[in-house]
Design a protein around this ligand. Structure first.
Ligand SMILES: Nc1ncnc2c1ncn2[C@@H]1O[C@H](COP(=O)(O)OP(=O)(O)OP(=O)(O)O)[C@@H](O)[C@H]1O
Length: 656
């Protein structure tokens, strides 16, 4: 038996599943019978897909060449077919594909058919490659035959004794229909008469049908045979149904078992994963424990080391404490002795305390005196006049010196504040000032008179120093000066910060600066980084106190900071040139210092120069500038005149 077959030989159960009742499967090839009856019963024996075969001898066999077929192809193999019986070569050929056989001209009556098979193509299987049905006279005689799965490859198999009746037309048709793949057949043998004995399971020996009375084998007609077949069929069908139900039950059980196995497997996987995690955690914890143990060992050894040190240090301290205590008691003893030896010690302490009290008293009186001195000093300044006018005559420049050989000013009584101006050659007119500076007087001399004013600002007085005069007469030089020859502005500020520094123990001054210019009757903030949203205006807060809302106020700490700010403002100032001064200021330039704690202001003003329009010969924008300058200077003159004469109305707002 091949690898696809069973070793148990014939299997009635399998036979009944595959072939009709009465027929059987034989797992070997054709064996010729010695009986002449048997030979005579063979009506037709064709070698499907092969040639005629003839074997002489005591069992003569005659197999016809392949005929009576319709359709199909021929298959052949040179390989030997095992268990081929007396005619192994018929199993080496086969008809294959879509075909049928029709045997004609048979006398009407009962016949039995033997079919010969061998799997000669799918020699390596597997099972189920070729499964087919066989219909005889249109009735299914063989069901789902898979030769390979019964006997394997290149092995003979027979389905024997399939009962069939030929009608009046004398035709027996054998039809092959594939279920999987193409059907094949190697030989077909038609024998006269119904099969001799039907192998059925109801016989007493379980193999043959016997008479119930005498137990002799019973020979059945074709009709009886058919009835018996149907009864067997019904029986087997019942068994099949039961088996199917059992099979379904087993399948369900298997499925449930499979499901629970899958669930168990999943659970097992989960547990395994958890175990892995636990193992890893354990491992990590173990490592951490090892590290901690190491750390602990280090800490405890350090602790032990430190403890020893501390114990030694405490011992040392205790020893020192003892020494100090004994020293202390010795010193106390000595101090007592000493105190006892100086009888006037208490009187000395009292005297020192009284001196400290006197010192505080004197300090208070000194401060009061300082205050009084400041007041008297400012009263002295006021007594000199609230408005003080100094006149400075600059030296002639080269051009002037060459064009005017004769000077018209006379400084004979300059030290008394008199300035003589020669009119028409001989007439001299004397002008009175608080002081007159000659061309020989330098910036230091000018500042000498301006400096006391700076002290007054820090004492809470409002002060304004301004330079007024014709264009080109030296106003900017006097106020600003140069880096090598600083003017009033810088020197005043320098002194102011010096005094503030000197007084810082008793008072702290917060000083802020703003720089403005009045150009063409308009106020401009020279420290503003962008033009203001609103036009700047001078507001009079109270009599003589003015304020420009929105102007930039910069806090300053020292004179360098102020100087940088003044430079920024100076660079932004409107300047131009006229035929009198090549670098003429075209605006009034105002620096305001605000002292926070005293709420006093210092104004340092460099006015634009007044011009005689005919002399400077200006036009267009320059003419407009000059007219604005002259107008505002004339208004200033009116204000000063009103202030000097203590007029009831001071025309502060005449200009603008
Ligand atoms: N005391 C002085 N000693 C030497 N040179 C001076 C003196 N005063 C002014 N000058 C020079 O005279 C020129 C004009 O001076 P300055 O620009 O200060 O005049 P100003 O009155 O400010 O003129 P403006 O009104 O047109 O601005 C400058 O070159 C300046 O250096």
């Amino acid at each position: 038996m091949g690898d696809g077959g069973s070793d148990t030989g014939e299997d009635p159960m399998l036979d009944s599943l595959i072939c009709v009742a009465g027929s059987s499967i034989k797992r070997s090839g054709f064996i010729a019978s010695h009986s002449s009856d048997e030979r005579e019963r063979r009506v037709i024996f064709v070698n499907a897909g092969g040639e005629e075969l003839r074997r002489q001898g005591h069992s003569e066999i005659e197999v016809e060449t392949d005929r009576f077929f319709q359709g199909g192809d021929v298959l052949r193999t040179d390989e030997e077919v095992a268990d081929g019986g007396d005619l192994p070569s018929i199993y080496q050929s086969a008809r294959c594909g879509n075909f049928c056989y029709e045997f004609r001209d048979l006398p009407p009556g009962d016949y039995s058919v033997d079919l010969h098979f061998a799997e000669i193509v799918y020699t390596n299987g597997p099972r189920g490659m070729r499964v087919f049905n066989v219909f005889i006279q249109d009735e299914k005689a063989v069901s789902e035959l898979d030769v390979y799965s019964i006997v394997g490859a290149n092995r003979a198999l027979q389905v024997m004794n399939i009962p069939v009746s030929a009608g009046k037309d004398g035709v027996v048709s054998v039809n092959f229909q594939g279920v999987v793949g193409s059907p094949t057949v190697s030989g077909i043998c038609i024998k006269q008469g119904a099969p001799e004995l039907q192998l059925v399971s109801s016989g007493r020996d379980g193999k043959s049908l016997l008479c119930d009375n005498c137990f002799a084998p019973v020979k059945l007609t074709a009709a009886e045979n058919k009835a018996a077949r149907m009864s067997f069929t019904a029986k087997y069908e019942r068994e099949i149904r039961e088996l199917k139900a059992q099979c379904q039950m087993k399948q369900d059980e298997c499925y449930e078992a499979w499901m629970s196995l899958t669930a168990a497997n999943q659970e097992l996987e989960k547990v395994r994963a958890e175990l892995d995690v636990k193992f890893f955690q354990n491992f990590t914890l173990g490592q951490a424990m090892e590290k901690e143990t190491e750390k602990m060992a280090k800490i405890s050894s350090k602790y032990e080391h430190d403890r020893r040190l501390w114990v030694a240090a405490i011992d040392e301290l205790e020893r020192k404490m003892k020494a100090i205590k004994s020293e202390h008691s010795q010193l106390s003893f000595e101090a007592h002795q000493c105190a006892n030896s100086i009888p006037g010690l208490n009187q000395m302490v009292t005297a020192v305390q009284s001196l400290v009290g006197q010192y505080d008293d004197l300090k208070m009186k000194f401060n009061e005196e300082q205050e009084r001195r400041k007041k008297l000093y400012n009263q002295l300044l006021e007594s000199k006049g609230n408005i003080r006018v100094f006149c400075r005559c600059r030296p002639l420049n080269m051009e002037e010196a060459s064009s005017r050989p004769q000077t018209v000013v006379e400084f004979t009584d300059a030290k008394d504040g008199d300035l003589g101006v020669l009119m028409n050659g001989s007439n001299k007119k004397i002008y009175k000032f608080d002081r007159v500076y000659t061309p020989k007087d330098d910036q230091c001399d000018v500042f000498e008179d301006a400096s006391p004013v700076a002290t007054s600002v820090l004492d809470g007085y409002n002060v304004c120093i301004f330079a007024y005069g014709q264009t080109g007469t030296g106003k900017t030089f006097t106020m600003e000066g140069t880096e090598q020859n600083r003017g009033v502005n810088y020197r005043t500020l320098e002194l102011l910060f010096k005094i503030a520094e000197d007084r810082k123990k008793t008072i702290s001054y917060d000083i802020s600066v703003s720089v403005l210019e009045v150009y063409n009757e308009q106020v401009r903030d020279l420290l503003a980084s962008s033009p203001p949203a609103k036009r700047l205006e001078i507001k009079q807060v109270s009599e003589g106190v003015n304020h420009v809302p929105g102007v930039v106020d910069m806090k300053v700490e020292n004179v360098d900071e102020v100087w940088n700010i003044l430079q920024t403002g100076s660079n932004a100032r409107a300047v131009g040139s006229n035929n009198v001064n090549g670098h003429s200021s075209r605006s009034h330039w105002l620096v305001q210092l605000y002292i926070e704690c005293t709420r006093s202001k210092l104004w340092l003003v460099d006015l634009a120069g007044s011009e005689r329009l005919a002399k400077t010969d200006v036009q267009g924008e320059r003419l407009k500038e000059a007219q604005s300058i002259n107008k505002s200077l004339s208004a200033l003159g009116d204000v000063i005149s009103a202030l000097a004469t203590k007029s009831s109305h001071i025309p502060y707002r005449f200009s603008f």
